[in-house]
Design a protein around this ligand. Sequence first.
Ligand code: IPM
Ligand code: MG
Length: 366
Amino acid sequence: MKIAILPGDGIGTEIVEQAVRVLGVLDLRLETETALVGGAAYEAHGHPLPDSTLKLAKAADAILFGAVGDWKYDKLERALRPEQAILGLRKHLGLFANFRPALCYEQLTHASSLKPELVAGLDILIIRELTGDIYFGQPRGRRTAVDGHFPGAEEAFDTMRYSRPEIERIAHVAFQAARKRSKKVTSVDKANVLETFQFWKDVVTEVHAQYPDVELEHMYVDNAAMQLVRAPKKFDVVVTGNMFGDILSDEAAMLTGSIGMLPSASLDKAGKGLYEPSHGSAPDIAGKGVANPLATILSAAMMLRFSLNRPAAADRIEHAVKAVLAAGLRTPDIWSEGTTKVGTREMGDAVVAAVAGKTIATKTKS
Ligand code: IPM
Ligand code: MG
């Protein structure tokens, strides 16, 4: 089994290093190959997604990805910005189904900005369509307006669009995922305003006819954003488009205590996937050794489960993460009074030790 390791920028390199160490203690005979991506690849090769990196990603059985981006690239033309690397990988590899589970670990109930009783036991799965919508729709660009409120003025535009097969396949993914959980899907749209999302709602409803055992509810995105902080446990599987999914998954992340806890899987139609934390490159804390590596470590677990067919190894990682949390270890993003503050590497050490079956040494509380 060959894994492409793409650490990327900012904290990406620090957190991926820890996930690779965790994979290393599992005796799985994984072959890994590392390549540059994002701003790091731009610096070295003049492009955020060099052909060699794309080729490696295509040839691998799975991809472990860190994060890309840094403010210093914001002035570059869009095609050369670090974000194009992840968007390009999603597009070129056909990674249309993005799983973002938001799980509130018992020990982190108090790390959430919401009242503990609202998030205790939270376990929801956001399924975000990842290769369509306004993210990829053409045409897009800048031009001189010929109509609208200010004809003759400079304007910018993007195109929101979804085709029937794109909606059908993500709807199937959501209903099938729901069958393995509590058999409830909330489809999030903006059908009251947007043609694209009236179509989305119609097609999801049609596909639902094949899943009579699964309950389907429709919700407008503004209401969904509100319900997520009002009564998040009412949700189970949430399926939505690319842009709404981007926004709602960050919101859901905070329910779990920190976005530093949220893993993700992006799968193609054959189940091949790219695994990355749901958070970004966090340039403000990069290089300081304080980033939370758990989202990436949990992403590696998802990789073992979804793409490499090693569920027992995935379980071991997930249990190890619970064990280090139970032992009171916390990176600063999830730290609270009475727990032990640790850095990226110490958190990695602890998970490695727990996976290897060793007891976790907690240091003096800080
Ligand atoms: C995400 C990120 C990306 C997105 C960016 C980095 C392009 O926010 O994976 O959620 O918008 O999809
Ligand atoms: Mg995002």
